[in-house]
Design a protein around this ligand. Structure first.
Ligand code: G3I
Length: 443
């Protein structure tokens, strides 16, 4: 009986799976999503629900090309709790619903982002002076936000940009000032309690090159692990003002992986650079995308690349740097740029063998017949957090590095505060931020 059922299913399934092209075949024209799915990695984009609702072309391209999305702004503290005790999940829910409808994973971004120039901490938080009050508000915020999306958001940027911009010390934000450097471990514990299966990250800018800053980031991750904090992943943001050095980037990814952590490129965009022919700029951008994605693909622990937006129609770079830098893989009309093909080609460098479609179909049928599908992770979760969870006993060789932070840095510029929306800086501070965070100088 079981054999007959198997044969029937095989006959039904084979024509369907036979249609799925091997993206490595010459002439195959797979989407980024198809390519990423075939090699078992994540390809994501930062997204905004307003564009899904208001632009008929945006959602279909997002769902066709990406198997993951990040809330670009709408899970940030100021977005979900704009006033003390007043939560608004309308926009974040819309994004998560869209992702689920389209079988996509969701990165949660972020729980704490309190920086000098641009961040998402409302004034009602940064004006607190009592450590107990801040600690209980932090606990309540994280429990509410992570708890709401338990099992639906696979990864959280628990602390975004913990280091001082461009420096090597922890940034002494309100959390540091009142709770001490242990605020990062506290936040990780809170997030872990709210969703024990979520992969928890610290996410940092300007850590693609080797040197003191990357060493500080590595030491911070090692220190958190040695304390037993539930840190599972590290994000390299990847905002580049030109093609980054792939050798240094890959070395940094490997060093983080060696701690037992998952690594992701979380906010990739590469500005057009140079003063030459427009086609050469586009080619240079393609090379940059290829280099970054292939550096990730070369390291087993690097599991997902997320671009910060996907179409030049909507990019934060327009407002912060200028409209002429077109940093994303799709143009303003959703046409595929050379950068798109750089990403796709790089995804397919992943050294996981692509099984022939017939074998895949057979494996799927056996999977169902044996009842193994009941053990499978939730849709869109292509890597189980548990499979990458570092074991505390295995970290001894890295040793305790001691706290990274000690002094408050100066000269960071002023912060424009308001008590409801995300904070945005003046043109002057915006330029400072750009100068401070560019992964590479503009050519
Ligand atoms: O939507 C409102 C609009 O209604 C209002 O009229 C306008 C007035 O300023 O503001 C609009 O909101 C802006 C929003 O972007 C729109 O996309 C916010 O002010 C502005 O602060 C916000 O900027 C975001 C920035 O983070 C600050 O939260 C960018 O979109 C977003 O791309 C950027 O993302 C960050 C990551 O979270 C962390 N790493 C760096 C990255 C780039 O700065």
């Amino acid at each position: 009986m079981r054999g007959a059922l198997c044969l029937l299913l095989l006959q039904l399934a084979l024509p369907a799976v036979a249609r799925a092209a091997n993206c490595r075949d010459p002439g195959a024209d797979c989407s980024l999503r198809e390519a990423a799915d075939q090699v078992g990695v994540g390809i994501g984009a930062a997204a905004q629900p307003g564009f899904i609702a208001g632009d008929p072309n945006y959602g279909p391209v997002l769902a066709r090309e990406f198997n993951s999305l990040t809330a670009e702004n709408h899970m940030k503290w100021a977005a979900v709790q704009p006033a003390l005790g007043v939560y608004d999940f309308t926009a974040a829910d819309a994004l998560v619903d869209f992702a689920e409808l389209n079988g996509m994973a969701v990165r949660g971004h972020n729980l704490i982002w309190d920086q000098a120039l641009v961040d998402s901490t409302p004034a009602y938080v940064s004006s607190i002076t009592d450590p107990n009050e801040l600690r209980s508000l932090l606990a309540e915020h994280i429990q509410t936000v992570v708890g709401r999306y338990k099992g639906r958001v696979d990864a959280w940027d628990v602390v975004n940009e913990p280091l001082v911009l461009g420096g090597t010390e922890l940034y002494e934000n309100i959390f540091f000032q009142l709770l001490g450097p242990g605020y990062i471990a506290e936040a990780l514990e809170l997030a872990h309690a709210a969703d024990p299966n979520a992969t928890l990250f610290i996410n940092e800018v300007l850590v693609s090159l080797q040197g003191a800053r990357f060493d500080a980031f590595l030491a911070l991750a090692a220190d958190l692990l040695s304390q037993g904090a539930p840190l599972h992943g590290v994000g390299i943001q990847g905002h580049y003002f030109g093609p980054p050095d792939p050798v240094q980037l890959e070395a940094n990814i490997r060093a983080l992986e060696e701690l037992g952590l998952v690594v992701e490129i979380t906010e990739l965009d590469i500005l057009l650079s140079g003063n030459d022919d427009p086609n050469q700029k586009l080619e240079r951008q393609r090379t940059g995308y290829f280099n970054v994605v292939s550096a990730c693909m070369a390291v087993t622990g690097c599991r997902r690349v997320t671009t910060w937006g996907f179409s030049d129609r909507y990019t934060w770079i327009d407002g912060f740097v200028g409209p002429q830098f077109d940093p994303l893989p799709f143009d303003e009309d959703y046409g595929r740029k050379p950068a798109y093909f750089g990403v796709r080609e790089a995804l397919l460098t992943r050294s996981i063998p692509v099984l022939p479609p017939g074998v895949l179909g057979l494996a799927a049928i056996l999977f169902v017949l044996l009842g193994l599908h009941r053990l499978a992770p939730a849709p869109g979760r292509y890597i189980s957090a548990k499979s990458v969870r570092p074991l505390s006993g295995s970290l001894g060789s890295h040793g305790r590095t001691g706290p990274v932070a000690s002094e408050r840095s100066t000269g960071e510029g002023s912060v424009a505060q308001n008590n409801v929306g995300p904070q945005i800086c003046s043109n002057h501070t915006r330029a400072s931020w750009v100068a401070a965070t560019a992964e590479l100088p503009l050519n």
